[in-house]
Design a protein around this ligand. Structure first.
Ligand code: G4P
Length: 556
């Protein structure tokens, strides 16, 4: 890479004290667990997020993080849209301490349309909690997200939620996990009482029985009581006996689980990290039952940050000089802070506010004076951060999701985050002639954030670019944000294309004037995309031009 012109302060950590710093970085990295919750909308992700933070003593009353109805209010237009639609569009990065572990929970957007966004988040975590609704088991969005985890080798812990409500048999749920996604379930605890009649949880390795007492509205930590076998049998009679029988069956079907402290044994851990086994826990996020056990599971099973392969396939150790991956960019998250934030996952080294980093894509220096950490909608300045942490960089106009930032003279770049093939296309136009400048600025901004892909051609001109999305809800987000953040009301004209393929200059010539095909250029990287009405039209073109480049654009 060319000389970046970065000042001498560009912090190469390899000075005289580098050994001390390296060991501090390693010790700090070992304390961190960076994870995300993946689930189908409504399975209870927001509720669980709050319950986890509550248990970790980060907040005293559930409801502070996502500002659910009837709890703490939300402030931004952006959030207002999210609330009105009942879906989670924005990503919050939460950070809380649990005993001596620092947990970084990256929120994944909850709607199927935002799989591209979610994909980016999952490239920044070391582990995922797969949340299932006990009545529904594996749902379409869970399956999709699980596939992403598998393709990125992210190990998965399973939490079966809503056990306080009628649901399915626990053994049937385990069987579904094994049969449908080929993941070997390793139950860590076992519910006493069927779903809807939740009596308590038996710890599988120790046999310890824990019952829960609900706090009013589930707003506080549920009280846990430990009972011995005699007291349990006296209290929960048949339900306890049935659970014991099921536990015996589990050993037969799935084998035993780890050591007496409830840890997976070496083999189990290996198979979990390889994505073959998933520890399974039962509970109910709303009344906070079994949530502490899930926190324990995350701290014991989820791997700490490890070395990450760069674009050349070379692993970058966690104690190498600072490097980070931009996994999300978002502007105007809160009207009180009209700015643009890039979320960066620290991959190696120590981040210190004020460092001047290098932006790998352009080779330009990037100042980090305004680094922040987030807690839901609240922000505070971050002075230092270590591998696994997420920092928010303000005024990050040049950064795009997938970009790498690094310190020191030795360039490093992580592989780009692949993007999904768009399936929905629409022309967008500003409604007011006097607001064209705002319109163009807004489109440019949303393109940079990766909210939607922006395609253009000489034929259509700058005033009417084509938007390409994985799901149609992305278009609503574009219109809403253009109007509310940029003051440019816009309208859409949906196009009858459903497929995009990447092509080259020869393809452009051959496709000129073809029916039900259009060639456009993707703004952010100059890729030439051919849009087709459907797979039959694509098939026809492929048969007519067997040598034409028509590359699939798929996350891989
Ligand atoms: P999401 O983020 O995955 O979309 O789900 P969210 O947490 O919003 O939960 C969806 C609904 O399921 C909410 O009810 C929530 O209270 C409920 N829920 C979550 N976990 C549990 C649980 O363990 N037990 C029971 N019984 N319910 C649970 P809602 O009525 O849609 O919303 P709200 O008015 O309660 O916020």
């Amino acid at each position: 890479m060319a000389d970046t012109g970065a000042p001498a302060r560009a912090a190469d950590t390899k000075g005289p004290d580098s050994k001390v710093l390296d060991s501090k970085v390693l010790a700090e990295a070992a304390k961190r667990r960076t994870f995300a919750v993946i689930s189908h909308p409504d399975a209870g992700k927001s509720t669980l997020t709050e319950a986890l933070a509550l248990h970790a003593s980060a907040i005293t009353q559930a409801g502070a993080v996502h500002g659910k109805a009837g709890r703490r209010g939300v402030t931004s237009d952006w959030m207002a849209m999210e609330r009105a639609r009942g879906i989670s569009i924005t990503s919050a990065a939460l950070r809380f301490d649990y005993h001596s572990t620092m947990l970084n929970l990256l929120d994944t957007p909850g709607h199927a349309d935002f799989s591209e966004d979610t994909y980016r988040v999952l490239s920044a975590v070391d582990c995922a909690v797969m949340l299932l609704d006990s009545a529904k088991g594996l749902e379409p969005q869970t399956l999709k997200l699980f596939d992403v985890c598998r393709s990125r080798s992210v190990p998965v812990i399973t939490f079966v939620n809503k056990w306080d409500r009628p649901g399915r048999e626990p053994l049937e749920l385990l069987d579904e996990i094994e049969q449908r996604i080929g993941l070997r379930p390793a139950p860590v605890n076992w519910p006493v009482g069927v779903a809807g009649d939740f009596r308590g949880l038996i710890e599988r390795t120790t046999g310890e029985y824990i019952t829960f007492t609900r706090t009013p509205g589930g707003a506080g930590r549920a009280l846990e009581t430990r009972l011995d076998a005699e007291a349990a049998a006296a209290r929960d009679g048949d339900a306890f006996v049935t659970a014991q029988e099921e536990l015996a069956l589990l050993d037969e079907i799935y084998g035993g689980l780890g050591d007496a402290e409830g840890r997976l044994d070496d083999l189990g851990m290996e198979s979990f990290l390889a994505g073959l086994t998933s520890p399974v826990l039962f509970g109910a996020a709303l009344p906070n039952f079994g949530v502490r056990r899930l926190l324990d599971a995350v701290t014991t099973y989820a791997p700490p940050p490890a070395m990450r392969a760069d674009i050349k396939g070379e692993p970058r150790p966690v104690d190498a000089p600072f490097s980070g991956l931009v996994f999300k960019v978002q502007a105007n998250m809160d009207p009180a802070h009209r700015d643009r934030m890039a979320f960066v996952r620290v991959c190696s080294g120590r981040f210190e506010r004020g460092m001047v980093l290098t932006h790998a894509a352009t080779g330009r220096p990037f100042a980090t004076k305004y680094a922040q950490s987030m807690f839901g909608q609240d922000r505070e300045t971050v002075e230092e951060a270590f591998p696994g942490d997420v920092i928010g960089l303000v005024n990050a106009t040049a950064l795009r999701p997938g970009d790498t930032l690094y310190a020191g003279d030795v360039p490093v770049e992580f592989p780009p985050i692949p993007s999904f093939a768009p399936e929905h296309f629409a022309v967008v136009r500003g409604k007011e002639a006097g607001k064209q400048k705002q319109f163009r600025r807004g489109i440019e901004q949303l393109d940079t954030e990766g909210v939607v892909q922006v395609l253009a051609s000489d034929l259509r001109g700058d005033q009417a670019p084509v938007l390409a999305a994985v799901g149609p809800l992305q278009f609503d987000v574009v219109l809403h944000r253009l109007e509310h953040e940029f003051g440019a009301r816009a309208e859409l004209d949906h196009l009858d294309y459903t497929l995009a393929r990447r092509t080259d200059a020869d393809g452009v010539r051959a496709l000129a004037g073809q029916r039900a095909v259009e060639v456009l250029t993707r703004r952010h990287d100059g890729a030439i995309l051919a849009l087709f009405s459907d797979k039959w039209r694509l098939g026809q073109v492929q048969r007519q031009h067997p040598d034409m480049m028509l590359e699939l654009l798929i996350a891989g």
